[in-house]
Write a protein that binds this ligand. Structure first.
Ligand SMILES: [Zn+2]
Length: 80
């Protein structure tokens, strides 16, 4: 824990995106779903829609958890 001490969030602070520092999921390989979500995130940012961009990151992480993670990576993420 660092800057977020004292704040209560329902998610693992190591994986939850507070917006600082920005740690965006990136496109994996040539996956069209990743590319679509990253494109939509960029469009949200272009109009200063930060919550929309954050939503895209959530969708990206969920998608990448399901489609791009090895079982070992997934297990590491689930264990808090
Ligand atoms: Zn993908």
């Amino acid at each position: 824990m660092s800057m977020a001490d004292g704040e209560i969030y329902p998610r693992d602070p190591d994986t939850f995106d507070y917006g600082f520092p920005p740690k965006d999921p990136q496109v994996v390989g040539d996956c069209p779903t990743c590319a679509e979500l990253v494109l939509r995130r960029g469009k949200c940012r272009a109009v200063n829609n930060r919550s929309g961009a954050s939503d895209m990151n959530v969708l990206l992480r969920e998608h990448q958890d399901q489609e791009h993670m090895t079982p070992e990576q997934r297990a590491r993420t689930v264990i808090l």
